[in-house]
Design a protein around this ligand. Structure first.
Ligand SMILES: [Zn+2]
Ligand SMILES: [Zn+2]
Length: 298
C-alpha cells in the first residue's frame, strides 16, 4: 500500500511562504492498494492537485471516503476534475446525516447551488454514485478493505481503517479523544471517566495491529484547555496514542492554519521532548508531521 498526503491543514487553506514546507491545502489523502485500487480520504482543497495528477491517466476509477462534512473536508469536491469526464467511475462514501436525513450526496448538492458555484451537477459526466457507510461494516475496494469507525467530533465523523494484504493504515479525520466533562471532585466524574475509558478501549481494540496512524493533532497540550469540545486532538495526545497502539508510524495532521512551518516544528519537537523516550524503544514508533507530497509505503 502507498499513502500520499495532498492536504494536511485544518479549518482553512493557508498558502504562503510561511507554510510552504508543510503545505497550505486542507485535508486530502491518497491511498493506493497493492494492486492499485485508488482510495481518497476527504476532499479538502488538496484534492485539486491530486485531480491534476490523475488526469494524466484516464479513465479514473476511485472510491472517495468523506470523514465528515465540515468545509475543510469537502470544499475541494466540486473542483475534482475527474467528476466532469465521461468514462470515469467515482464512488463517494460518507455518513448519513440524521439532522437533514440525507446521505453524503448532500455534500455535493449543497455546494453546487448556483449561489455558490457556477457549474450544475448535470454537467458532471462521470459515473458517480453515493453510499452511506455504517460503523464497523467493512467495505471492499479491490484488494483492500475499508472499515469506518465512529470518532468524537461535533458532527458524525468516521475514521477509516484500510487493510491490504496484512498492512493497515487508519485516518481519524477530525477527532477529539473523549474528554471528561466533569471536574475531578464532581460526583459524576468517576462514572463518566469509566464510560469514556471504555469507548477509548473499544477504539483501540478496533485498531489492533495497526501500522500507520494518521491522527488529528491540531493543538498543543497547553492550547487545549481553551478548546475543549471543539472536536480536535493534540500533538501530545496523538504521540501517547500511537505509542499505546504500538504503531510503526504516527503521522500528526490537521495543522492549525496560523501555525507556520517553524512554529509547527517547534511545537512538535516540544511535544516529543515532553513525551520522553518512552518504554520499549526497541519497537520504536516513528513520529512524523504530515507534509504535502509526503509518501509512505507499507
Ligand atoms: Zn477539519
Ligand atoms: Zn471538522
Amino acid at each position: 500500500m502507498k499513502v500520499r498526503f495532498w492536504g494536511v491543514r485544518g479549518s482553512i487553506a493557508s498558502p504562503g511562504p510561511r507554510t510552504v514546507r508543510y503545505g497550505g491545502n486542507t485535508t486530502c489523502i491518497e491511498v493506493r492498494s497493492d494492486e492499485g485500487a485508488l482510495m481518497i480520504l476527504d476532499a479538502g482543497t488538496g484534492i485539486f492537485p491530486l485531480a491534476q495528477q490523475l488526469l494524466k491517466s484516464l479513465p479514473v476509477q476511485a472510491s472517495i471516503f468523506m470523514t465528515h462534512t465540515h468545509w475543510d473536508h469537502i470544499q475541494g469536491l466540486p473542483f475534482f476534475t475527474p467528476l466532469y469526464i465521461p468514462g470515469n467511475k467515482l464512488l463517494i462514501h460518507g455518513a448519513y446525516d440524521i439532522v437533514s436525513r440525507r446521505g453524503i450526496e448532500q455534500a455535493m448538492e449543497v455546494q453546487l447551488q448556483y449561489s455558490f458555484f457556477p457549474v450544475r451537477e448535470a454537467e458532471m459526466k462521470a459515473n458517480i454514485d453515493y453510499r452511506s457507510v455504517n460503523v464497523g461494516e467493512p467495505i471492499p475496494v479491490g484488494d483492500a478493505t475499508v472499515t469506518p469507525l465512529l470518532l468524537n467530533h461535533p458532527v458524525v465523523n468516521f475514521g477509516y481503517r484500510i487493510d491490504c494484504k496484512g498492512k493497515s493504515v487508519f485516518f481519524t479525520g477530525d477527532h477529539e479523544p473523549w474528554p471528561n466533562i466533569y471536574q475531578p471532585d464532581d460526583e459524576e466524574y468517576a462514572e463518566y471517566q469509566a464510560m469514556i475509558d471504555q469507548q477509548q478501549a473499544q477504539l483501540d481494540a478496533a485498531l489492533a495491529g495497526l501500522d500507520i496512524l494518521i491522527a488529528d493533532s491540531s493543538y498543543t497540550a497547553s492550547e487545549y484547555p481553551t478548546k475543549v469540545g471543539w472536536g480536535h486532538g493534540t500533538l501530545e495526545g496523538s504521540i501517547a496514542w500511537g505509542r499505546r497502539l504500538g504503531v510503526r508510524t504516527l503521522v500528526c495532521t490537521h495543522h492549525e492554519p496560523e501555525r507556520h512551518d517553524d512554529a509547527l516544528e517547534a511545537a512538535f519537537a516540544a511535544a516529543l521532548d515532553q513525551a520522553g523516550p518512552g518504554p520499549g524503544e526497541s519497537c520504536a514508533t516513528e513520529f512524523l508531521l504530515a507534509r504535502e507530497g509526503m509518501e509512505l509505503v507499507l
